[in-house]
Design a protein around this ligand. Structure first.
Ligand SMILES: Nc1ncnc2c1ncn2[C@@H]1O[C@H](COP(=O)(O)OP(=O)(O)OP(=O)(O)O)[C@@H](O)[C@H]1O
Ligand SMILES: Nc1nc2c(ncn2[C@@H]2O[C@H](COP(=O)(O)O)[C@@H](O)[C@H]2O)c(=O)[nH]1
Length: 199
C-alpha cells in the first residue's frame, strides 16, 4: 500500500496558478501555528482555513470536520490513490493531508487560503504552487518549544520525544521558506504574520 501512496503523492502534480492567495504556515509542532492562525481567522474574515484529513485520533475538545476530518488509514490511502490530496505526509506515526478540491475551488474563486502543515507537506505545496507565500514559525528556543508541547498536555511522553526530534530537523529547514517569524511574544508574532500575508 505504501508504494501506491508514494507514486500517487500530490507532490508530483503541477497546479494551475491560483487566483486567490495560498499561504503556507509551517514550523515545528507546538510552536504556536494553530494559536496564531486562530487569531488571524478571528481578525480577517477574508482568510479561509483548509481543514486537513488525518489518521490521528482526536484530542479532547477537537471536533471532527472543524479541527480535522478524522479518518482511518484505509480511507486516507484511498484519498491518496485517487489523487485527492494536494499534499500529504506521515508525521509522528500518523498521516496528514490537504484535500485538493476545496483549496483549488477557494483559490480559483479569489479567496485566500491558509494551510497549517508540517515541513514535508509544505515543501510539496511550494513545489506545485509557485505563487504560494510560505511562512516558517520558529520558537524562541528548543526549551520553550518543549515547554509549550508539555503545557498543551495532550501528547504522550513518546509522542513528545518524537515531536521534539522532528522539530530539530524542521527548524534547520526554516530558510527554505519565504519568511521566518519567531513566535516569542504572541501579539508581536501575530502582527508579523499579518504583515507577511497582507503586506
Ligand atoms: N507566543 C506564545 N507564548 C507562549 N505560549 C504560546 C505562544 N504561542 C502559542 N503558545 C502555546 O503553545 C502551545 C502550542 O501551541 P499550538 O497548539 O498553537 O502549536 P502548533 O504549532 O499549532 O502545534 P501543532 O502543530 O502540534 O498543532 C499552546 O498551549 C499555546 O497556547
Ligand atoms: N503535511 C501536512 N501536515 C499537517 C496537516 N495538517 C496538520 N499538519 C501538521 O501535522 C503536525 C502535527 O499536528 P497535530 O495536530 O497532530 O499536532 C503539525 O505540524 C501540523 O501543522 C496536513 O494537512 N498536511
Amino acid at each position: 500500500m505504501m508504494q501506491v501512496l508514494s507514486t500517487r503523492s500530490g507532490a508530483t502534480t503541477k497546479e494551475c496558478p491560483p487566483v486567490g492567495r495560498l499561504i503556507i504556515l509551517t514550523g515545528p509542532s507546538g510552536v504556536g501555528k494553530g494559536t496564531l492562525l486562530r487569531s488571524l481567522l478571528q481578525r480577517h474574515s477574508d482568510l479561509h482555513y483548509s481543514v486537513s484529513v488525518t489518521t490521528r485520533l482526536p484530542r479532547p475538545g477537537e471536533i471532527d470536520g472543524k479541527h480535522y476530518n478524522f479518518i482511518s488509514r484505509g480511507e486516507f490511502e484511498k484519498l491518496v490513490a485517487a489523487g485527492e490530496l494536494l499534499e500529504w505526509a506521515e508525521y509522528a506515526g500518523n498521516y496528514y493531508g490537504t484535500p485538493r478540491e476545496t483549496v483549488i475551488n477557494q483559490t480559483r474563486s479569489g479567496k485566500s487560503v491558509v494551510l497549517e502543515i508540517e515541513l514535508e507537506g509544505a515543501r510539496q505545496v511550494r513545489a506545485s504552487f509557485k505563487g504560494a507565500r510560505s511562512i516558517f514559525i520558529l520558537p524562541p528556543s528548543i526549551e520553550e518549544l518543549e515547554k509549550r508541547i508539555r503545557g498543551r498536555a495532550q501528547d504522550s511522553e513518546e509522542a513528545i520525544a518524537r515531536r521534539l526530534r522532528r522539530a530539530k530537523e524542521e527548524i534547520s529547514a526554516a530558510n527554505e521558506f519565504d519568511i521566518q517569524i519567531v513566535n516569542d511574544d504572541l501579539e508581536t508574532a501575530i502582527k508579523a504574520v499579518e504583515a507577511a500575508i497582507f503586506g
